[in-house]
Write a protein that binds this ligand. Structure first.
Ligand code: IVH
Length: 679
């Protein structure tokens, strides 16, 4: 439908669309930093195309529909493509591929469409490149640019290892322009982003942008450090030789000349062959070491290609069959924090449901506090969601131009959203954790299983499956609840006879009689393994002392540093954890009194030691043993030092000790002293 004079609102919309498309083209092609997903861009582009079709009088030569890609960046030299670098028409589904096949068969007047030969190739997700060889030597390399003029990136392309600087053999044409895709392998992309992040510079949204950003560096020594690779998929200008009659044979020839061709390229028959290839490669897509966003079908015979010709921006003899988009745009309606089995807090973006590659997504992980900070994602934001294969959907980026006014920065909660215990995040760690291990419903199963384990309370027969059932049925909420279970409750469970129920009750009864060290270990305090539990038991002799202790006092104990001390204090600070402990003791859990070496009665109390030189006993171990006997171990010799322990090749501390007349203990002497004190 064509109207004579376009209404004002159409003119306005066309102008808006052109501005937006130009803006996004600039972000994509010039800055290699797209804001919106390709599918969103395509929507804008198609809307503009439709409006222009309805009102052709409004088409201007500057309209973004009238060209391919974006203008080349001025800083690079310009290269005019002798043969334009066009793009491909897209097919989004099988139906569109079949339509393509029908058009091809009709034009070629082929009654048997299944007879037509095609090549089926991966559609590499990188950027198109043209490389011209003169007499077998790399002469010039250029990006596609707007299809007619590209950027001169010769120096940068010379740094890519898979691009030969000189062709192999002799029978190559005098002038050979090859075309292909420069891309970044997945592994290289991950490594590059890690490096960028560590250096505090911008990371890339995906391998394609990383490839484009790397190739379009002004300094080719930077490009040289980037893991770029290239696959050739065709030729441009060729002079001084005749190439084979089939595209697939041309590619073989290129391979013989030393150019890299994807081993995935296959020759197939008819659209049936094309679609079978699509199905096959779709399955292997995740395993390929580079990203592909679809496959390309090309009529194989060059004579037939010529017969088919071109329409505006694309050849009629080829089509790109695209995979469903992995990216989609939607809004964040909330940010919730979930707690995992180990107590890790994970922020999750609640989304307005959106289809990503055929799956409806309404949640996306935000990983941790740092990730939220990096993305600066807020409730109300429009975000780009990314989903690949079985990977959990994630928020890839925020479309900052669409942020509403008055959004608030998100902060992690201070209390566990499940059990209201304090949360903690340690220095140098990304994960925030709940400290209510014994009580927290999210950690219930894990903490009970640990409590029952052999080296903890050793509740024989109370396996993981049984714990799962008991928790799922609401019969127990924490370890202490196990001691109030009765036979009927147990016998009512799956695969549980009267006899086995009784066995469990007996095992629970037996477990009540334990040791303090086992009990401390069974509590599942973060960082408190068996050895530390043992050290705490010996030091405090009873549980109350440990529960009342503070970080400073705890650090006097061998093996307990500031981090562990903090975990212990935090754990016992949580009222819910204390409630569970009280219940356990009321249920009858008990242990024999521990022969305790208290700091007061310690044989080396008040004595200060300094250690220098190499001893056969490990320095840490010696330090720990001295400390457990009440001694202080310091790093430098002074008047208040009581003993200096001297090993092989002692340092200046030995000289200082002699000067000050401080008692010197050699290895034999310290061993004797320890033996006596530890008796
Ligand atoms: S042939 C005239 N083959 O897709 C036909 N292109 O949308 C020129 N691409 O600019 C393209 N893999 O960057 C062709 N095997 C392949 C391809 C491929 C990726 C890219 C290329 C091109 C874009 C077209």
């Amino acid at each position: 439908m064509t109207t004579k004079t376009a209404p004002q609102n159409v003119i306005k919309r066309i102008n808006e669309l052109r501005d937006q498309i130009n803006h996004h083209n600039y972000l994509y092609y010039v800055l290699d930093n797209p804001e919106i997903p390709d599918a969103e861009f395509d929507k804008l582009f198609r809307e503009l195309q439709t409006l222009e079709q309805q009102h052709p009088e409004l088409i201007t030569p500057e309209s973004p529909t009238q060209r391919v890609g974006a203008k080349p960046l001025k800083v690079f030299g310009e290269v005019k493509h002798q043969i334009p670098m066009l793009s491909l028409a897209n097919a989004m589904d099988e139906e569109e591929v079949r339509n393509f096949g029908r058009r091809v068969a009709d034009t070629l007047e082929q009654s048997d469409a299944e007879h037509i030969e095609y090549t089926a190739e991966p559609k590499l997700d990188g950027l198109a490149i043209s490389i011209v060889y003169h007499d077998g030597r790399l002469f010039q390399a250029a990006t596609r640019g707007d299809g007619f003029t590209g950027e001169d990136v010769t120096q940068n392309v010379r740094t890519i290892n898979s691009v030969p600087l000189k062709l192999v053999g002799r029978d190559y044409p005098q002038i050979l322009e090859v075309r292909g895709e420069v891309y970044m392998p997945k592994a290289g992309f991950v490594a590059l982003n890690e490096k960028q992040q560590a250096a505090g510079v911008k990371t890339f949204a995906n391998p394609r942008n990383a490839a484009a950003g790397s190739l379009r560096q002004l300094d080719s020594s930077i490009t040289a450090t980037r893991p770029l690779a290239m696959y050739c998929y065709g030729v441009g200008r060729v002079e001084g030789a005749t190439l084979p009659e089939r595209h697939s044979d041309i590619l073989q020839r290129l391979r013989q000349w030393g150019l890299r061709i994807s081993p995935e390229i296959k020759t197939v028959h008819g659209i049936t062959g094309c679609l079978a290839y699509f199905a096959e490669i779709s399955k292997r897509r995740e395993k390929l070491d580079y990203e592909i966003d679809g496959v390309v079908y090309k009529v194989n015979r060059i004579a037939q290609q010529e017969q088919l010709g071109f329409v505006s921006r694309a050849p009629r003899w080829a089509i790109a069959h695209k995979f469903q988009a992995q990216e989609a745009m939607t809004q964040v309606v909330g940010i919730e924090v979930s707690v995992g089995r180990t107590g890790a807090l994970t922020p999750v973006a609640k989304l307005k449901p959106v289809d990503v590659g055929g799956v409806t997504v309404s949640n996306a992980t935000l990983h941790n506090e740092d990730e939220i900070e990096r993305l600066d994602v807020r409730v109300g934001d429009t975000v780009v969601i990314y989903r690949a294969g079985d990977v959990i959907p994630k928020v890839d980026r925020v479309v900052s131009s669409l942020r509403p006014k008055q959004t608030k920065k998100f902060h992690m909660p201070k209390k566990c959203p499940v059990c209201d215990s304090d949360v903690e995040r340690r220095e140098g760690e990304a994960i925030t954790r709940c400290t209510g291990g014994l009580f927290c419903a999210a950690q219930r199963k894990n903490s009970i299983k640990h409590f029952n384990s052999r080296r903890a309370m050793d509740v024989d027969g109370m396996g993981d499956k049984l714990v799962d059932q008991l928790v799922d049925k609401g019969l127990i909420h924490n370890a202490a609840d196990m001691y109030s279970l009765d036979k009927e409750q147990l016998a009512g469970l799956e695969r549980m006879a009267d006899k086995s129920a009784q066995n469990i009750l007996d095992a629970l009864e037996k477990s009540k009689s334990t040791t303090l060290a086992r009990f401390i270990y069974a509590l599942g305090i973060r960082d408190v393994g068996e050895a530390t539990a043992q050290a705490l038991a010996t030091h405090f002799g009873d549980l109350r002392g440990l529960m009342k202790s503070n970080e400073e006092a705890l650090q006097q104990i061998p093996d307990v540093g500031p981090v562990v001390a903090n975990s212990i204090v935090k754990f016992f600070q949580q009222p819910h954890n204390r409630e569970v402990i009280d219940k356990l003791i009321k249920a009858g859990v008990h242990w024999p009194k521990v022969a305790q070496i208290t700091t007061e009665a310690a044989p080396l109390k008040g004595k200060t030691f300094v250690i220098t030189g190499t001893l056969s006993i490990k320095r840490d171990e010696l330090k720990a043993r001295l400390q457990s006997l009440g001694a202080k171990v310091t790093g430098s010799v002074s008047k208040s030092t009581d003993y200096v322990v001297v090993g092989e090749e002692p340092g200046s501390k030995f000289d200082k000790a002699e000067q000050l007349g401080i008692a010197i203990l050699d290895e034999a002497a310290i061993s004797k002293l320890l033996k006596k004190a530890e008796q």
